[in-house]
Design a protein around this ligand. Structure first.
Ligand SMILES: Cc1cc2nc3c(=O)[nH]c(=O)nc-3n(C[C@H](O)[C@H](O)[C@H](O)COP(=O)(O)OP(=O)(O)OC[C@H]3O[C@@H](n4cnc5c(N)ncnc54)[C@H](O)[C@@H]3O)c2cc1C
Length: 494
């Protein structure tokens, strides 16, 4: 009996140990809690903190920058209006340096960060890819209007800029819930090494990319294409190093396919069953001989909001990266001594959940150039989301091709209304980045990183107006918001 009692006591101790106490610790209240420190979260938090708001960023990874750093994609697109379809550039043989650049689509905090990274000598653009000062022919790989930078410099510069604005950053922390009362969110629950914690907030900005907070709070969201639920490809970006850039440039200057289709067709014929894609999309990074593999590392049928799915994607893509080293060494011009430099520690997810917004931006809005009175950000990019059922390029997990330039965004620029950032029915919750209320193909331009900085800046600026007026986000004076954004260097006039 005594022994049984001791066993029971030991078992009880185990149970206590095994079950974490809910919301073990309550943090002091913040004016603004920004969930996610990607491009949107950076823009939102800097804008909020600069206006004197006590601001916390809760970030899952150990750095800010989101897909551009943790996802190994240091390639901010969309800085210019009417980004010229790459196909036209190749078809008309226009050297990138000769493309007429129209007006800028994004400025503000995005511009400041580019300036800071460039000042350190570790970033080029917008409108220039890495290595192209020395090897201009590399721009045939797909230059649009990108800003390319060194990932480590980018991480540090963005982090320092946030700290300088007064932002408090909490790394390695995942937001797992939101406490909702009526139409208000009283704060969010997150978990890190210190356990499960709750942080009260006057305002919450959801910049998780997946609308995690909006979904947890029970406001309406939906995933992928509204009709079919299909989502475009997700991937794990890989970087290859030790490529002979001069030899690769020579191949491109001779007018060969920048997607390497004939080379890969030959390779596949000689190696039936090899795990190689039918085409590759690679971009030069700032370091000589280093190239980012984007197309070739993306796959369909995975869901960025499903933990098991993301694990399987990671394993799948890592296997592919290894296979690509073999392809590069044996077949790619300049690839003889190639090595795998890295696979991204964080998956690249193009689309998952988005919010049901006070005003949903639709594909028709983009095609017809709908004029909104409350524009708070612009997107310069064209339609570019592929669906698994679109025109096939490889079939199966690699089906789909980005629909560059096939449909035109009227006026060459997408105007994003403030209401697209507002989850329907919410009082003090706002979103920015790739989970804003943009339907189907309208999401394509809005999810591009420069525009995510811009919607973030708008959300952070709106937070100040909301708190100062003591109103809900829906009642913020949008003329005042637009003029505050203009004053801060943002571009809000289409
Ligand atoms: C393969 C691929 C290629 C792309 N190519 C380009 C390109 O060349 N140029 C370009 O401009 N755009 C590109 N994009 C699009 C772009 O990268 C994203 O749309 C953009 O980064 C979205 O910004 P965001 O801030 O909304 O989200 P993200 O960049 O995804 O950042 C979200 C942040 O939130 C954090 N987070 C997520 N959930 C939680 C949580 N629950 N709790 C705490 N933190 C959380 C994440 O760790 C991350 O740091 C590409 C996307 C993919 C997937």
């Amino acid at each position: 009996m005594k022994r049984h009692g001791m066993l029971m006591a030991a078992f009880a101790a185990c149970v206590v140990w095994a079950v974490p106490a809910a919301e073990k610790k309550i943090l002091p209240e913040y004016d603004v809690v920004v969930c996610g420190g990607g491009p949107a979260g950076i823009g939102a938090s800097i804008a909020a903190a600069r206006q004197g708001l006590k601001t916390l960023v809760i970030e899952l990874n150990g750095c800010v920058g989101g897909t551009s750093t943790s996802g190994a994609l240091p390639f901010w697109l969309g800085a210019y209006r009417d980004s010229i379809p790459y196909k036209r550039m190749l078809a008309e043989n226009i050297p990138y340096s000769k493309l007429k650049r129209e007006k800028r689509a994004v400025g503000g905090i995005f511009d400041e960060l580019m300036d800071k990274i460039r000042a350190e000598g570790d970033g080029v653009g917008p409108g220039v890819m890495g290595q192209t000062a020395k090897y201009p022919g590399l721009d045939r790989l797909g230059c649009h209007d990108e800003f390319t930078f060194d990932i480590e410099t980018g991480k540090r510069v963005m982090e320092q800029e946030m700290l300088a604005a007064g932002v408090h950053i909490r790394y390695y922390a995942r937001v797992i819930g939101a406490r909702r009362v009526g139409d208000r969110v009283e704060g969010v629950t997150f978990v890190d090494k210190s356990g499960i914690q709750f942080v009260p907030a006057k305002v919450v900005i959801d910049c998780t990319g997946d609308a995690d907070v909006v979904a947890a709070a029970g406001f309406a969201t939906y995933k992928g294409d509204r009709k079919t639920g299909q989502m475009t490809g997700a991937g794990i970006v890989a970087h290859m190093e030790n490529i002979d850039s001069a030899e690769l440039e020579k191949y491109l200057n001779e007018g060969n396919d920048p997607r390497f289709r004939p080379i890969i067709a030959k390779a596949l014929k000689e190696n039936p069953g090899a795990d190689w894609p039918e085409r590759l999309i690679i971009f030069p990074m700032v370091q000589e001989g280093v190239f980012m593999v984007n197309g070739g590392q993306s796959f369909y049928g995975y869901d960025g909001t499903d933990g098991e799915s993301m694990t399987q994607l990671t394993i799948r893509a890592r296997k592919r990266a290894e296979a690509l080293v073999d392809l590069f060494r044996r077949y790619l011009p300049g690839g003889k001594n190639c090595r795998l430099r890295l696979t991204a520690p964080y998956p690249g997810v193009r689309e998952t959940r988005r919010i049901e917004a006070e005003r949903q931006l639709t594909e028709d809005d983009l095609l017809e150039g709908t004029e909104f009175p409350d524009v708070i950000a612009l997107a310069g990019r064209h339609f570019d989301l592929a669906r698994p059922t679109d025109k096939k390029v490889g079939g199966g997990e690699q089906a789909g091709v980005q629909t560059f330039g096939e449909k035109k965004v009227k006026r060459g620029v997408t105007a994003i209304p403030y209401r697209a950032l507002l989850p329907k029915g919410a009082d003090n919750l706002i979103v920015a980045g790739r989970c804003i209320g943009a339907d189907g193909q309208a999401m394509g331009p809005c999810r591009i990183m420069s525009t995510c900085f811009a919607t973030g800046q708008a959300a952070g600026t709106a937070a100040k107006l909301k708190i100062a007026a003591g109103c809900g986000f829906r009642d913020v004076d949008t003329d005042a918001l637009r003029s505050a954004l203009r004053k801060a260097g943002a571009i809000v006039d289409p």
